[in-house]
Design a protein around this ligand. Sequence first.
Ligand code: HPA
Length: 275
Amino acid sequence: MPPDPDLQRLAERIRSRSGVDLFHLAVVFGSGLAPAELFPATDAFPYADLPGFPQVSVPGHEGRLLLGTLPNLRILQFCGRFHLYEGFSAWECAAPVRLAALLGCRKLVLTNAAGAVNPQLQPGDPLFISDHINLQGDNPLIGRPDSFVDLSCLYQRALFPSLAAAARQRGLVLREGVLAAVSGPCYETPAEVRMLAGLGADAVSMSTVAEAIVGKYLGLEVAALSLITNRAAGVSGAPLSHGEVLRQARRCREDFAALIRSLIGFWSENSKNGF
Ligand code: HPA
């Protein structure tokens, strides 16, 4: 990775305060999705106490990095992410992923709130992201060295069958689908949503793809889950609002957190050396 002195300093600070040299996995929580406790947190760093790290500005994003330690897993939980519509570049949006890579993480779980383009998806449904369509008008690798990254197998699709079975046990239907990413901040028009459907998208969000691309660029394995918080514009007649997105996300976040725990468990079992 090109040197990033600010992030390197932060990584050093997190290492020395936590006494942990190497973390294994990072989770980035989307709008309203950070649960009360994914795993017990051993330490918390408000983003405001991380000089050089971007600061959150959107309701529903706490702006806190939680460290967690389980017997075989050291985890970074980013409660709050960065969006193009806040004025960040795609590379800046991926600051949590770059910090996670500096701290040794080799696995990345991305989550987001998303609107359903596919009429089979309903508010409250989880969606396993199998692929994406980047319509954000920015790519985080512009201007980076060695940036011809192959995205053919960006997301860890092999985890889907076990995770779908785990979801069924909780009474949830987990589907696989393609995420379209737009810049926001306004929601799409109905005509744009029809276009997204025509392009093969199942859901639409304003985040995630920059982080996924940077994850792959830095050698991390990436898995991503959406929570469908609304039907996209024109799919139903209901008005769209960030308040409603947050309400749905908060309503479903504990079930969603259980899915993330299962995903991490399967991933650990399927990895030759655990984490
Ligand atoms: N469109 C874009 N992003 C979103 C939506 C949506 O309908 N819902 C939640 N994030």
